[in-house]
Design a binder for this molecule. Structure first.
Ligand SMILES: *Cc1c(COP(=O)(O)O)cnc(C)c1O
Length: 425
C-alpha cells in the first residue's frame, strides 16, 4: 500500500519501532480516541471505521456496557492475572457461553483457553488433532490465513508470510479452496481422488482446517454446499474437521458461528478476535468432549486466562440473547453488498467484482494497485478500510456490526468519492 510515512508526528515510530510494523503504514496518523464506529487522531481528525480491528471489534470501540463492567471489576480489585486458575470472572464467562451460545444450539463442546491470540488457538487445534489421530499431516486450503507462529504459518497460503519462517514448513498439504480452480472444477472431488488413491503421494491427514470465508486471503466465500461436502468427506475418511472461525465468527457473517447455515458440526473450532468483545486479547479452542484427551498442563502458557477479557466477553455475549444482532448484520450486509455492486456497474474502470457474506464484504478490483490506492484516498477523506488478497486486490468492508446506519451510509459515500477521485487521476 502506498504510504504517507513522512508525516512528522510519526517520527517516534519511524525511528524506534521495527520495520515490521504494518497497519500504521496504511493508516498514517496517531490515534487518540475511539468510540463505537469512529476513531479520532492527534490532529482532531475523525475517521469512520470500516476495519473494526480486522474483525476484533465487531461490537465497536469501547462499548459502554463492557467498559462499565470492566471498570467495576478493576475498581473492586478483581483478579487480573492468575494463569489459568479458577476465577469468578472465568466461571461467569464459561457459564454464559454455555447458556447463551452452546446450549441453545445443542452444541456439546469442551472449552480450552489456549493463550490470548488467534494463532495460539490454531496451534492448540493442530496439536490436538495430531494427538487424537496419531497422524502428522494437516490439510489446508489455497489462500488460507491461520496466523504467524510456525504451525499456523505452515497452513497459511501467503508466500511472503511463509518465507518469513526461515525454516521448512512441514507436515501439511494444501488443496484448492472452493472455486479456486474455477466454477467448473469441483475441488471436493479433487481432494477425494488424492485420499482414495494410494499412489497420490498424499497421506491421510489428521485434520482438514478451513475458514468459511477467507478473510486475509481475499474474502473468498465457500458455498454452504461445499462446506457440507467437506464435512462429509471428513466423516467418510475419519479426518477431523477444524473450523477457523477467528475472523468470520462472532456474528461477522450473521450467525454467531459462520458455519451454522451450512449445518455442519466441526470437531474443533478456533475463536479469537471478537470473542473478547472489547478488543482485549482472548482466544478459545472448542472441541467435542470425546476429543478432550489432553493431559493436565500438556499445552500450557502464562497468559491463558485474561480475566479482563472474561469480563468483557461475558457482557458481549448478552448481544446473543436474541436475534436482533443477526438481523442487523443481514440487513446492513445486504445494503453494503448492493452498494458495492452498484459501484461495480457505475465504474467499469474498477474491473470490479463483489464478494462476501454478512458484514464481511469485499470489493475486488482487477486492476493492479487500485484497491490499495482507493484505501489510501479513503483514509485521507476520513474512512479506515484495509485491503486483503495476495495482491491487495480486495478492498475489505468490515465495519462494527452495530454501526449506526447513518455512519454506514456516510462511510459508503466516502468510499464512492474516493473511487471517483482515484479513477479521475
Ligand atoms: C487473525 C486471524 C488469525 C490469527 O489471529 P492472531 O490473533 O493474529 O494470531 C487466524 N485465523 C484467522 C482466520 C484470522 O483472521
Amino acid at each position: 500500500m502506498p504510504t504517507v510515512q513522512d508525516k512528522p508526528n510519526l517520527n517516534v515510530f519511524k525511528e524506534h519501532e521495527s520495520e515490521v510494523r504494518s497497519y500504521c503504514r496504511s493508516f498514517p496518523a496517531v490515534f487518540t480516541k475511539a468510540i463505537g464506529d469512529k476513531l479520532w487522531d492527534q490532529d482532531g481528525n475523525e475517521y469512520i471505521d470500516f476495519f473494526a480491528g480486522a474483525g476484533a471489534l465487531n461490537y465497536g470501540h469501547n462499548h459502554p456496557k463492557m467498559k462499565e463492567k470492566l471498570l467495576e471489576y478493576i475498581k473492586s480489585d478483581g483478579i487480573t492475572h492468575g494463569l489459568d486458575m479458577a476465577t469468578e470472572a472465568k466461571e461467569k464467562f464459561i457459564t454464559k457461553l454455555q447458556e447463551t451460545i452452546l446450549n441453545p444450539r445443542n452444541m456439546k463442546y469442551k472449552v480450552m483457553f489456549p493463550g490470548p491470540t488467534g494463532t495460539n488457538s490454531v496451534e492448540s487445534a493442530l496439536k490436538l488433532a495430531r494427538k487424537i489421530t496419531g497422524r502428522e499431516t494437516v490439510m489446508s486450503f489455497t489462500n488460507a490465513f491461520h496466523g504467524m507462529t510456525l504451525g499456523a504459518l505452515s497452513i497459511t497460503g501467503n508466500q511472503f508470510k511463509r518465507h518469513g519462517a526461515g525454516v521448512p514448513l512441514h507436515n501439511t498439504v494444501v488443496m484448492p479452496f472452493d472455486e479456486f480452480m474455477g466454477e467448473e472444477t469441483d475441488s471436493v472431488d479433487y481432494i477425494e481422488r488424492f485420499l482414495e488413491d494410494n499412489g497420490s503421494g498424499v497421506s491421510k491427514p489428521a485434520a482438514i482446517i478451513l475458514e468459511t470465508v477467507q478473510g486475509e486471503g481475499g474474502i473468498n466465500v465457500a458455498s454452504f454446499a461445499w462446506i457440507k461436502r467437506i464435512e462429509e468427506l471428513c466423516r467418510k475418511w475419519d479426518i477431523l474437521l477444524i473450523i477457523d472461525d477467528i475472523q468470520a465468527g462472532i456474528g461477522r457473517t450473521g450467525s454467531f458461528f459462520s458455519f451454522e447455515p451450512a449445518g455442519i458440526e466441526p470437531d474443533i473450532i478456533c475463536l479469537s478476535k471478537s470473542i473478547g468483545g472489547y478488543g482485549l486479547p482472548f482466544a478459545l479452542t472448542l472441541f467435542k468432549p470425546e476429543h478432550d484427551i489432553w493431559e493436565p498442563g500438556e499445552h500450557n502458557g502464562t497468559f491463558r486466562g485474561n480475566n479482563l477479557a472474561f469480563v468483557t466477553a461475558t457482557e458481549a455475549l448478552a448481544f446473543w440473547e436474541d436475534d436482533s444482532l443477526v438481523k442487523q448484520v443481514e440487513r446492513k450486509g445486504e445494503k453494503v453488498h448492493q452498494f458495492l455492486k452498484s459501484l461495480v456497474q457505475k465504474y467499469p474502470d474498477l474491473k470490479g467484482e463483489v464478494r462476501g457474506r454478512g458484514l464481511m464484504q469485499g470489493l475486488v478490483c482487477h486492476v493492479e494497485g487500485l484497491a490499495s490506492t482507493i484505501c489510501c484516498t479513503a483514509f485521507e477523506k476520513g474512512l479506515i478500510a484495509e485491503t486483503a488478497g495476495i495482491n491487495d486486490e480486495v478492498l475489505k468492508v468490515m465495519p462494527p456490526l452495530n454501526i449506526d446506519d447513518e455512519v454506514l451510509d456516510k462511510g459508503l459515500s466516502i468510499l464512492e468519492e474516493s473511487i471517483k477521485a482515484v479513477l479521475k487521476q
